[in-house]
Design a protein around this ligand. Structure first.
Ligand code: BGC
Length: 262
């Protein structure tokens, strides 16, 4: 199969583990050069860089706390300095906190919203400003933004109110920016994964009763793999999806239509 992302330069937030890591590896296999940021997993990040360089692609990992606007802006600026430009932005970094609504602290709310929504918002803004700076003759067609959202941009997830609020925000941002960014030749779409085997689900994976109950609700009877998300991300990053913008693509083994609270 032809390399579907040959010559593309991609920036990924949260690339040292889970879904972000799978996307980094898969995009590199498809011919893209990869810049990613990570918050604290330097050993993991170094390994990713080496693995991707072995594929013959350029790769760099930058330490960055996406929850800090200045860090996110620096990640975009450093990527442009090192790679020359960015064609595709993957907003993947995210976290969730589990608490009854009446126990959610301001610190927990900020931790979740700062990364999942505020950080994503301003990194996206930095990417768009960068694309506006590139003379249109040098802008490769097909600037693309891919947000890793969640089925919980649509579905309630009791005891995860801050997470749901953040993903609902990502949903509306995706809808809104599709209109504002279309004249700039930039599309924006979200992927809404269901339950995926990643570190965010470590607790669930170690709780057989909960896992069993969740699998009962998933018509395809398995959790998703990070690679499942990466496959859809390749489609959204490639020219095959050029007519898609402002949309969320659900990837959940059917969970959304069968969801019951755990
Ligand atoms: C959450 C997981 C949850 C899954 C399905 C994801 O967005 O991060 O914790 O298992 O949705 O409910």
């Amino acid at each position: 199969m032809a390399n579907r992302l040959e010559g593309k330069i991609v920036a990924i937030t949260g690339g040292s583990q889970g879904i972000g890591l799978a996307i980094a590896q898969r995009f590199a296999q498809e011919g893209a050069d990869i810049s990613f940021c990570y918050r604290s997993n330097k050993a993991g990040a170094d390994e990713v860089v080496q693995d991707i360089q072995k594929l013959g692609r350029k790769c760099a990992g930058f330490q960055s706390d996406v929850g800090l606007v200045s860090d996110g802006q620096k990640f975009i600026a450093d990527t442009v300095t090192q790679f020359g430009r960015i064609d595709i932005l993957v907003n993947n970094a995210g976290l969730e906190r589990n608490a009854d609504f009446w126990n959610v602290t301001e610190a927990d709310y900020d931790a979740v919203l700062n990364v999942n929504l505020k950080g994503l918002f301003f990194i996206t803004q930095a990417f768009v400003k960068h694309r506006m700076d590139v003379p249109s003759s040098d802008r490769k067609p097909g600037g693309k933004i891919i947000n890793i959202s969640s089925v919980h941009e649509e579905l309630p997830f009791p005891h995860f109110a801050s997470y749901c609020a953040s993903k609902g925000g990502v949903k509306m941002l995706t809808r809104n920016l599709s209109i504002e960014l279309a004249p700039l030749g930039i599309t924006i779409n979200s992927i809404a994964p269901g339950a995926i085997e990643t570190p965010i689900n470590t607790k669930l994976l170690n709780d057989p009763a909960k896992l069993h109950a969740l699998l009962e609700n998933i018509p395809l009877k398995r959790l998703g793999k990070p690679e499942d998300v990466a496959s859809m991300a390749v489609f959204l990053a490639s020219s095959e999806s050029d007519y898609a913008t402002g949309t969320t693509f659900f990837l959940d083994g059917g969970l959304t239509w069968n969801y019951q609270e755990q």
